[in-house]
Design a binder for this molecule. Structure first.
Ligand SMILES: [Zn+2]
Length: 249
């Protein structure tokens, strides 16, 4: 049951007919793992906190650097040198003290990832690290947990929900682990601040949809957007036959 204060706080969401009190209560019961508190993870985690998600697990082993501040909006000058998950947790506490936050201030290996994924309802992939992305994909498939994944570079970004247990492909169906996908990184190619802000925010929206049952999550579809031209497309994705990660299902 939501308190009177909570009904007021979340009023603008509760007003939406097919979201309602029921959707808000589901957010309050929701547990989300956010991997990476950088350009995508900061806005994503901030929106999840203010929207009323009950529990957030924030994982990042890196520390805040000066060149992060252009786009990683949960961190400030005073946070330089601080662990990113701890820095983001402090910001989220100011935004909504009701959200329970666990900080994982270390780099994750496959065993740690599996243990974390088993504790949550949804995983939000906001990393720029391909080995971790593939490991996350495997951990999510094993636990049957949906993976909300985005990437952004220069003026472009893409977003999808990988949830083969409920239909559609997994991350590995799209991206070959042996490929040169690592070439696309912000540190090498650059990125405009609102581009990661847009995609982190869209990731938060997909998480809210998955937790509450509202709308249609981007399962089996890939949103591709170039903010330079505002060219927006949604591609339909099919599982890849023989995918080594989800193909044996
Ligand atoms: Zn697959």
């Amino acid at each position: 049951m939501l308190s009177d204060t909570q009904l007021l706080r979340y009023n603008r969401q509760i007003l939406i007919n097919d979201f309602d009190v029921d959707g808000q209560e589901k957010l309050r019961a929701g547990r989300v793992l956010v991997v990476g508190l950088g350009g995508l993870g900061c806005p994503a985690a901030m929106y999840l906190a203010v929207a009323g998600v009950g529990q957030l697990l924030l994982a990042d082993g890196d520390v805040v650097e000066l060149s992060n501040l252009q786009r990683q909006i949960a961190h400030t000058d005073a946070d330089i040198g601080e662990n990113k998950a701890r820095s983001a947790a402090a910001t989220l506490k100011l935004l909504n003290s009701e959200t329970a936050i666990d900080v994982i201030d270390e780099h994750l290996d496959a065993a740690t990832l599996s243990a974390l994924v088993s504790r949550v309802d949804v995983v939000l992939d906001a990393t720029d690290n391909y080995p971790i992305r593939f490991a996350l994909n495997r951990a999510c498939i094993a636990a049957g947990v949906p993976l909300v994944s985005a990437a952004a570079v220069r003026s472009e970004g893409q977003l999808s929900v990988f949830d083969p247990a409920r239909g559609g492909p997994c991350y590995r169906c799209l991206y070959d682990e042996s490929g040169d996908a690592g070439a696309l990184s912000c540190s090498e190619s650059g990125v405009l601040a609102p581009v990661v802000g847009t995609f982190g925010t869209l990731q938060a929206m997909e998480v809210l949809k998955l937790l509450s049952g509202y709308g249609e999550p981007l399962r089996g579809r890939l949103l591709v957007m170039d903010l330079r031209s505002m060219d927006i497309r949604t591609l339909t994705l099919a599982p890849r036959p023989g995918c080594p990660d989800c193909g044996q299902r």
